[in-house]
Design a protein around this ligand. Structure first.
Ligand SMILES: Cc1ncc(COP(=O)(O)O)c(C=O)c1O
Length: 395
């Protein structure tokens, strides 16, 4: 029977990992993969995580199931991290879920239960896996304008013009911060405006926040989610701890529902637990316990926040060096946007042919749409990278 199966389309992000591995050129650069790397190109385990794991090993007394909602203390910790003081009392429930992806999937199923014919709007472009994770039942996926490839910044007028046409059968996916793949983000004033549009039109905001702390800081990056939490009645929020805690393979995330009243919030909470039961039953717990232990201990929390800041500062400083190098090497101000973008990624606005040429002639690997992972660079190879980009774009 298996012969009847179609060959799935290869994942653009995962597909470029294999050729990089077998490339023997010593100066090859991997800017494709979406994980944080330090200045040695390593994805290390944070010291705060190692310490929390040590404590967990000592303290853990059982491996029994954690329950459908997961660990309530973990969900509370996540609520504090993401919502701060902005969560309306009794109206927000969290569900420990397998990564940001698992959270997105649970909430997509909830959306399909509430609005079987909903239209889900994603930004152009968006993280490609959104299409697979959000597609369920009759749900239609549509795109709202977001990125202006001319300026490499948000086309806010086009975005808001589209959002103003939506209504209560529409669900809008909003990247909470550090937009993937573009790196172009909304300012606080722009978040305020989008929140007003949500109130006026009644569309359901569905946040995906996977890089909190990688942009301008833990608090600053939560501005959008918190603004919406204090402005709209209902919303969904999918959170990933993969990046900011560096626990990618432990699969740690949280799916939040915010209801208009305590009763409807409770109803939504019952439903996400029921959805999880039919999908994977109970969530994995190791990574979630690590996050809880870190957040509950003031010293460990501080250590984690310092480590997060180090990662964030490294990316911002690489961005500044990149923009400077482009100017120094004759690229003018065309690439200044790299210093304005935030998070791990930037979309450089190169053609697929230019991306191919970078791989073939310079052993520089990025995603076909010209998304680069800034954390994949090292200070000492910035000038080489910039020279290569200028060669393929000007030559
Ligand atoms: C925008 C966005 N959302 C969600 C995720 C999900 O992350 P994970 O499932 O690994 O926690 C990612 C990961 O790359 C992402 O980039």
């Amino acid at each position: 029977m298996f012969e009847t199966l179609p060959h799935p389309k290869p994942d653009a992000i995962l597909a470029q990992m294999a050729p990089f591995k077998v490339d023997t050129r010593p100066d090859k650069m991997n800017l494709g993969v979406g994980v944080y790397m330090n200045d040695k190109g390593e994805t290390i385990i944070l010291d705060s995580v190692k310490e929390a794991e040590r404590r967990l090993l000592e303290q853990e007394t059982t491996k029994t199931y954690v329950g459908l909602a997961g660990d309530v203390a973990y969900n509370e910790a996540m609520k504090e991290i993401v919502f701060g003081d902005a969560a309306p009392a009794g109206r927000v429930y969290g569900l420990q879920a397998p990564g940001g992806s698992g959270s997105l999937r649970v909430l997509a199923e909830l959306m399909a239960r509430m609005r079987p014919n909903a239209k889900v709007w994603v930004s152009t472009p968006t993280w490609p896996n959104h299409y697979a994770l959000l597609k369920t039942g009759n749900i239609e996926i549509a795109e709202y304008p977001y990125f202006d490839p001319e300026t490499c910044s948000v086309d806010f007028d086009a975005m808001t013009a589209k959002l103003r046409t939506l209504g209560s059968d529409d669900v809008v996916i909003l990247h909470g911060c550090c937009h993937n793949p573009t790196g172009a983000n909304l300012s606080p004033a722009q978040w305020d405006e989008v929140a007003e549009i949500a109130v006026e039109t009644g569309f359901l905001p569905f946040f995906d926040i996977a890089y909190q702390g990688f942009g301008d800081g833990l608090e600053e990056d939560a501005y959008g989610v918190r603004k919406f939490a204090s402005t709209v009645k209902e919303m969904l929020v999918a959170v990933s701890c993969s990046k900011n805690f560096g626990i990618y393979r432990d699969r740690v995330g949280c799916a939040f529902v915010m209801g208009g009243t305590e009763e409807t919030a409770t109803l939504a909470n019952e439903n996400i637990q029921n959805i999880a039961r039919g999908m994977y039953s109970m969530p994995p717990d190791h990574g979630a316990s690590v996050v809880r232990i870190i957040w509950q201990d003031p010293e460990l929390r501080q250590q984690w926040m310092d480590e997060l800041k180090t990662m964030c500062t490294r990316m911002t400083s690489l961005r500044n060096l990149l923009a400077e190098s482009f100017r120094k090497q004759g690229g003018g101000d065309r690439f200044d946007f790299v210093a304005v973008h935030r998070g791990m990624f930037s979309l450089l606005g190169l053609t697929p042919e230019q991306v191919d040429k970078l791989r073939q002639d310079h052993a520089i690997y990025m995603i076909g749409d010209s998304r680069v992972n800034i954390a994949g660079m090292q200070e000492q190879n910035i000038d080489r990278f910039v020279a290569a980009v200028l060669e393929v774009t000007q030559g």
